[in-house]
Design a protein around this ligand. Structure first.
Ligand code: PMP
Length: 411
């Protein structure tokens, strides 16, 4: 089916591709609003995994037999598919376990070679721990300093002093594209352009954006970009690091082992070119192939249309939540990604989420792996509803009704 044909498919039809969504939880129809943590998988991805294990399962790159050739071809086709998904070349696509591993890879390889004593790593105050802790570890190892673009009270980046922050011995600016806590969409292209003009390398954490809006790495202009497959209808344990070809070719390996070598001696080895030098050991073959199927699926649904749909659900949720006395919404009110974090004056987020579960409503509660941001906002914990294209306006209404009931119970 072509993308145009399928993008005329209704959301209801797409929803019916997700077997998990048809179940009841605690006697209620499941309302799955925890998509920022992980998305559900369509039958096309589940069938792809099954098909691979039932017919083609073998190790890649080293076999001289039919199954190994099939597995290798499917794995490399997935790399090409993800390159097309991001507007990149296949040799710029490194399979990782996810965003976290991609950031660690850059910190360990590019970071150790390019960041030294006195240098500055610029982040933002809204980073997920996975785009913060690896840089803290690197800064400690190298004697570098971390600086942060501040967040305004309404949850945007305060870009007033941005150019000043880029001044001095700043080597890297790494930032989240869509905040998993605030829903803020950061202007990736503009931020990368301003950093580049200051001679600063850039990395984008696209964990929350890759499955939700069209992404073109050339247009964004970052040196590195990371995503997690499981948040875009793909399997867990697989993600992508995109790196500019000229930068990747100069980088030292991350892990050492089989697959990433050209030749090995007892005391020294030579390595394959990128991307293979960064993929040591047997890779997550089925997962990579499954991610290729997920990219097909998401593209056929239409990323621009997914973005509009998810945002509309988030704005609907905000409007309904704001009718509840004492509710606080985190993040911008207008343009945002498809997620809403909120705090009830009457109840702790953990109580909200546990009680919601009794109604079959899956939310997330806590610090959302952004502890420094939550401290800055003075919020110890928030509940979060996060949407995807298979969620419906009716589910948002049910969600709001359940939250209102929880508020009444605790008030
Ligand atoms: N960055 C952001 C913005 C995220 O939301 C997440 C996942 N919650 C991550 C990074 C880490 O992704 P993963 O756990 O898949 O490596």
């Amino acid at each position: 089916m072509t993308s145009t044909l399928q993008s005329r498919t209704s959301w209801e039809d797409l929803r019916s591709d997700f077997p998990i969504l048809g179940q009841k939880v605690h006697g209620h129809p499941l309302i799955y609003l925890d998509n920022a943590a992980t998305s559900q998988k369509p039958r096309a991805v589940l069938d792809c995994l099954n098909h691979y294990y039932e017919r083609d399962n073998s190790n890649v790159h080293r076999g001289l037999h039919e199954l190994s050739n099939r597995a290798t071809e499917a794995y490399e086709n997935a790399r090409k598919r993800l390159a097309a998904y991001l507007g990149a070349s296949a040799d710029e696509i490194i399979f990782t376990r996810g965003t976290t591993e991609a950031v660690n890879l850059v910190a360990r390889t590019w970071g150790e070679a390019n960041i030294g004593p006195g240098d500055v790593i610029l982040l933002t105050e809204m980073e997920h721990h996975s785009n913060l802790v690896p840089w803290q570890l690197l800064a400690k190892r190298q004697g570098a300093t971390l600086r942060f673009v501040p967040v305004t009270p309404d949850g945007r980046l305060d870009l007033e002093g941005f150019d000043r922050l880029l001044d001095g011995p700043v080597k890297l600016f790494s930032f989240v594209h869509i905040s998993n806590t605030l829903g803020t969409i950061n202007p990736a292209r503009e931020l990368c352009a301003r950093a580049r003009a200051a001679g600063v390398a850039t990395m984008v954490d696209a964990a929350q954006s890759a499955g939700h809006l069209p992404l073109d790495v050339r247009e964004i202009g970052a040196d590195f970009l990371a995503l997690s497959g499981h948040k875009m209808c793909g399997p867990t344990g697989i993600g992508i690091l995109h790196g500019r070809r000229d930068i990747l070719q100069d980088m030292e390996p991350f892990h050492g082992g089989g697959e990433m070598i050209a030749s090995v001696g007892f005391t020294e080895s030579d390595f394959k070119p990128a991307p293979y030098r960064f993929e040591a050991g047997t890779p997550a073959i089925a997962e990579a192939i499954g991610l290729g199927a997920a990219a097909d699926y998401v593209d056929a649904a239409g990323r621009d249309r997914i973005f509009t749909h998810d945002q509309a659900l988030a704005l609907q949720a905000i409007a309904l939540l704001e009718e509840i006395p004492g509710v606080r919404i985190l993040g911008p009110r207008d343009v945002r990604g498809g997620l809403v974090s909120f705090v009830l004056a009457s109840a702790h987020a953990h109580d909200v989420v546990s009680m919601a579960d009794q109604y079959g409503l899956a939310l997330r509660g806590g610090h959302h792996c952004t502890q420094p941001l939550m401290r800055k906002l003075g919020v110890p914990a928030a509940a979060r509803a996060s949407f995807y294209f298979y969620n419906t306006p009716a589910e948002v209404e049910q969600f709001a009704a359940i939250i209102r009931r929880i508020h009444t119970f605790f008030a």
